[in-house]
Design a protein around this ligand. Structure first.
Ligand code: ASP
Ligand code: MG
Length: 411
């Protein structure tokens, strides 16, 4: 029988009533003839509570015990979901990660999936089980310890199961009804997309559209898993939600598919560093070691052998970045006159695979911002994305203006 993977996020299993509602959705797919693998998250808020308990108990905690504790939320929902399905006379049982076994490496709290053998589940499907309910977010290390896959990791569990079982599709049920052209809280013209390419979704996900864990999209792209994002709070048809798929499966080819933003950015400038071979390495090496997520980088024109170097990073990493750079200065590895942090900036990005073949997108973006009187502080581009750093107070305005300019409200 064809296999379908259905993943229910924390808000979709937040109460017993919601678990019932989710189970009904599963029942619909079982009735169509699918063998279903259901991946569940912990009830919403549960994982945060568990993380809090660990931190309260032990400041420098043993990561193996952290995983033992925080993985437990999913065990509860997996068992409750299996019971709910059984009450509906659907043959179902629950599986914890180690029982499958979902094998990972030993990187506790950030583990990577290495293998999902299919024989255990398939044997049960062969005996008439119709639904395997699997606890998301967790696996087992080569040492036999419980691991977790990083926050939001049950999306990745779902995609990995879909790849391993060659599922027809991987449906991600969440509290929004799909992926939007931009955040509907910023403009009511935001429109739900029917389809979006993996690469666009990756850009949107990492730029702050928090619908899917980034790693799950990477995995889906690598294995060609067709993803669908949809709401568990509405009656659903077969066309509901947003399909995340390969570029080839998308007919329309608009230059921009979505406008993403990231509110809490900072712009840091090293004033007057020596312009010599190795200077970028001397600056960004210590930043990398300090765990700073550097995004945009601009090296200015140099004059008399000195140059300014500007980069952006999340605003909550500014203090750490300053520490790393000042330490490098004290060691004599780099030399700068001043280090200036602008902590009032935001990043706005236009994303679209159509940019590859259509010119003028950047020009239109800059013109739109200039018409609104918004000053651009830093620009960065990739093949399918143009990002600008602007004053945070203009962020909403910029998103709205760009959404209008690229006519994203029109299908
Ligand atoms: N419960 C985990 C978390 O909150 C994993 C997930 O829901 O995806 O991060
Ligand atoms: Mg999630």
């Amino acid at each position: 029988m064809p296999v379908l993977v259905m993943k229910f996020g924390g808000t979709s299993v937040a109460t017993l009533d919601r678990i019932k509602r989710a189970a009904k959705r599963v029942g619909v797919e079982v009735a169509k003839g699918y063998d279903v693998i259901v991946i569940v998250s912990a009830m919403s808020g549960k994982t945060n509570e568990l993380v809090g308990w660990v931190n309260e108990t032990s400041k420098f905690y043993d990561a193996r015990e952290y995983d033992a504790v925080v993985s437990s939320g999913e065990n509860v929902t997996a068992g409750l979901m299996a019971l709910t399905l059984q009450e509906m006379d659907i043959p179902a049982r629950s599986w914890q990660g180690w029982q499958v076994p979902l094998k990972t490496n030993s990187a506790h709290s950030q583990a990577r999936i290495e293998e999902i053998p299919t024989d255990n589940l398939n044997a049960k499907f062969g005996e008439g089980m119709r639904v395997a309910v699997v606890a998301g977010f967790q696996g087992v290390s080569p040492e036999g310890r419980i691991t977790t896959l990083g926050r939001g990791g049950s999306d990745t569990t779902a995609v990995a199961f879909a790849a391993a079982f060659e599922a027809e599709r991987c449906d991600i049920y969440t509290d929004v009804d799909g992926v939007y052209t931009t955040d509907p809280r910023i403009t009511d013209k935001a429109r739900k997309l029917d389809k979006i390419a993996f690469e666009e979704m990756l850009e949107l996900a990492s730029l702050g559209a928090k619908v899917l864990q980034t790693r799950s999209v990477e995995l889906a792209m690598r294995f060609g898993v067709k993803l669908r994002v949809l709401s568990s709070f509405e009656e659903q048809s077969d066309e509901a939600g947003t399909i995340v798929c390969a570029e080839e499966d998308i007919m329309e080819n608009r230059p921009v598919s979505g406008i993403a933003y990231s509110r809490d950015e900072a712009k840091m400038t090293l004033i007057s560093v020596a312009d010599r071979p190795g200077i970028a390495a001397a600056i960004f090496g210590p930043l990398a070691e300090g765990g700073i997520n550097v995004d945009m980088i601009v090296q200015n024109i140099s004059e008399e052998g000195r140059t300014d170097m500007t980069f952006s990073c999340p605003v909550d990493q500014v203090a750490r970045a300053e520490k790393a750079l000042n330490a490098a200065k004290d060691k004599g590895d780099i030399n700068f006159h001043d280090l200036v942090a602008d902590t009032n900036v935001a990043k706005v990005s236009a994303v679209g695979i159509g940019m590859r073949s259509q010119s003028g997108v950047a020009a239109q973006m800059f013109k739109t911002l200039s018409d609104e009187g918004i000053n651009i502080k830093v620009i960065a581009t990739s093949e399918i994305k143009i990002s600008v750093l602007i004053d945070r107070k203009y962020m909403e305005l910029a998103v709205q203006a760009l959404h209008d300019a690229f006519e994203l409200e029109k299908a």
